[in-house]
Design a protein around this ligand. Structure first.
Ligand code: NDP
Length: 336
């Protein structure tokens, strides 16, 4: 059983010394347990936060822990009354080949599901996050301008497409020309701006000639600096994530920008609300799942995955997620 464990807490970008691959015997299920084989594991930005020893919404990993992750698994052996070998489940077994479970927290998936990995993306936690943050906190009205960064990613792609379905004008922000083309041509956002362009702030201003009514915050940092002066009175800002800060503060931002932020919130009477999908909206998952499955079946939502083949590539792929190398929802295929 190969498994990635946290050896030491990363300073900045996680290294191969911080997260190491170990071998252990494949565990055997006792009565009431099942042995799960990981087929797909999800790489998500929040995992970086759990590697630090700071208070957050999910408990930090301890040194020596297997890195946690949502997974799609096949039941390999079962000594549990509710499961049989061959069942497909959504689990949280982390970056490893095999794990034992007592059935707690598992969700059965349809064994004939055409894309089981979608349960980790569009139809799972990231899709749910984009949908709830936008509809419940952002509340875009027809004709309003919605801006979202990391627009080609798991959350951002859902935010923009749902905003379009609700009649908003949608401006995406993404890293590089290829991602931007995907965002306008396939995801059908009205515009997409490359945040790496030297005149990014000017381009964004031009694209938002009526200001910004909803800014769905995924990245923070320089992108937020460009967004802040464009926000309209009564703008709504669902604060979903600030990925540009996850490896520590960028030294380019030593100057204190809090006073500008606070006075902008006051003068423009904006609503800024953070949310944690699992803690704020768990009871609304069925409603989301029904709606998103329907849109997917009707061809109203496009979804792109970036599938990396092989558990051993997880650390490298995770670094890619924190530096924009992934293109779509990042998934590691561990076994077929
Ligand atoms: P993505 O699939 O969007 O992948 C991350 C993307 O972030 C990268 O591809 C890159 O896109 C962008 N990025 C990375 N570093 C930077 C940077 N320094 N500056 C600007 N952009 C950067 O990830 P997810 O969709 O899974 O997550 C998006 C956000 O949502 C994250 O902040 C995450 O923490 C948050 N989240 C919050 C949840 C909650 O409950 N609050 C739940 C799930 C996710 P590009 O190349 O286009 O810049």
């Amino acid at each position: 059983n190969r498994r990635f464990v946290l050896k030491q807490r990363p300073q900045g970008m996680p290294t191969d010394q911080d997260i190491r691959l170990e071998e252990a015997p494949v565990p055997q299920p006792a009565a009431g347990q099942l042995l799960l084989r990981t087929l797909y594991l999800s790489l998500d930005p929040y995992m970086r936060g759990r590697m630090d020893d700071t208070e957050s919404y999910s408990a930090p990993l301890a040194i020596g822990d297997v890195i946690g992750a949502g997974t799609v698994c096949r039941v390999e052996k079962s000594a549990h009354a509710d499961y049989k070998a061959g069942d497909l489940v959504l689990a949280y077994t982390g970056w490893q080949d095999y794990a034992l479970s007592n059935g707690e927290g598992l969700q059965k998936l349809d064994a004939n599901m055409s894309h089981p990995s979608y349960a980790l993306g569009l139809l799972g936690m990231p899709g749910f996050t984009g949908y709830m943050g936008l509809t419940d906190i952002g509340q875009p009205k027809e004709g309003e301008t919605v801006v979202v960064a990391a627009a080609s990613g798991a959350v951002g792609s859902v935010v923009g497409q749902v905003a379009k379905l609700l009649g908003a004008r949608v401006v995406g922000i993404a890293g590089g020309a290829e991602k931007c083309r995907h965002v306008t041509d396939t995801l059908k956002f009205d515009v997409c701006i490359d945040h790496k362009a030297p005149d990014f702030a000017e381009q964004l201003k031009k694209a938002c000639n009526k200001g910004i009514d909803v800014y769905f915050e995924n990245v923070g940092g320089a992108v937020f600096d460009a967004v802040l002066p464009l926000l309209n009175t009564k703008a709504r800002i669902p604060v979903c994530g600030v990925i540009s800060q996850y490896n520590g503060m960028n030294s380019a931002f030593e100057q204190d920008r809090l006073p500008l932020l606070m006075s902008s919130i006051l003068k423009k009477r904006m609503r800024v609300q953070g949310f944690i999908i699992s803690q704020d909206y768990a009871d609304r998952y069925p409603e989301f799942y029904q709606q998103m499955s329907q849109w997917l079946a009707e061809g109203k939502i496009q979804y792109r995955e970036d599938v990396v083949d092989g558990l051993e590539k997880s650390v490298e792929a995770f670094r890619g997620l924190l530096s924009g190398k992934n293109f779509g929802k990042l998934i590691v295929k561990v076994a077929s």
